[in-house]
Design a protein around this ligand. Structure first.
Ligand code: NAP
Length: 248
């Protein structure tokens, strides 16, 4: 059984920065050809040089995960270019925090649209392709908040908990087609999503993390690459927390 991801075709949503960009980079280092979707090419364009040196494809396709037509068009483009997709990483995600008493419909709808409906749309199209291929690995990105809840994040927690039930159901649907579906649940990871938090809050959060520190994007990317690889060939329908021990 081969351990390598060499020449696998990988599709990553939200690959332009943060955790998604770290996943794109790690997949390139494992010699995958990578397509990533986001509204802007972002910092990940700088990975092009690395991709060329590794003789791998790195391709950005514009996509707004909140817009069904945009997602469908982007997936059509990727499938036309790639022909087959071996790895799908649903990483794009947003927050619109606020206590429920003050939460606007727009904040609820926006978070559910990108985090949950966006993942449904990519899984439906790519899942169909993987079922036909009789192989594939899907990794969806939840959060410690989807497991434990968090005041001020009812919309985000609903989307991230929803992804867990969604992924377990999909894992059961696709298992007979040799397609594995798993979830990573990051804790507090240093990216633009957490940069906006006040320094005092970050320090306070660190005290609630058994490993005593905020995590980094590469640590999540390592877990994703593991779940995508044949090292995880007998693992499906699981949630892998990458949170320094927060949820246990
Ligand atoms: P980030 O730095 O804010 O990056 C978010 C990514 O999603 C960007 O590439 C962004 O690209 C893309 N994105 C956002 N809205 C989009 C849309 N409408 N259409 C297409 N792409 C969109 O976030 P991150 O911290 O890396 O988080 C990545 C994932 O991990 C998210 O699902 C998040 O919920 C989850 N997570 C993060 C943490 C954490 O502490 N950071 C903890 C738990 C879970 P564009 O802006 O270019 O479109």
């Amino acid at each position: 059984m081969t351990d390598t991801l060499e020449k696998r075709h990988a599709l990553v949503t939200g690959g332009s920065r943060g955790i998604g960009m770290a996943i794109v980079e790690k997949l390139l280092l494992e010699n995958c050809d990578v397509w990533y979707l986001s509204r802007t090419p972002g910092e990940a364009v700088h990975l092009e040089e690395k991709a060329n040196a590794l003789h791998c494809t790195l391709s950005w396709v514009e996509c707004d995960m909140a817009d069904r037509t945009s997602v469908e068009t982007a997936l059509e483009t990727v499938i036309k270019e790639a022909q087959s997709i071996d790895i799908l990483v649903n990483n794009a995600g947003i927050t619109r925090d606020g206590l429920i008493m003050r939460m606007k419909d727009e904040a609820w709808d926006a978070v559910l649209a990108v985090n949950l409906t966006g993942t449904f749309l990519t899984c439906r199209t790519v899942g169909r392709l993987m079922a036909k291929q009789r192989k594939g690995a899907i990794i969806n990105t939840s959060s410690v908040v989807g497991i434990m809840g968090n005041a001020g994040q009812t919309n985000y927690a609903a989307s991230k908990a929803g992804l867990i039930g969604f992924s377990k159901s999909l894992a059961r649907e696709l298992a007979t087609r040799n397609v594995r579906v798993n979830v990573v649940a990051p804790g507090f990871i240093e990216t633009s999503m957490t940069d906006v938090l006040p320094e005092a809050l970050k320090e306070n959060l660190s005290t609630q993390i058994p490993l005593g520190r905020i995590g980094n994007a590469e640590e999540v990317a390592d877990a994703v690459c593991f779940l995508a690889s044949m090292r995880a060939s007998y693992i499906t329908g699981q949630v892998l927390s990458v949170d320094g021990g927060m949820a246990m």
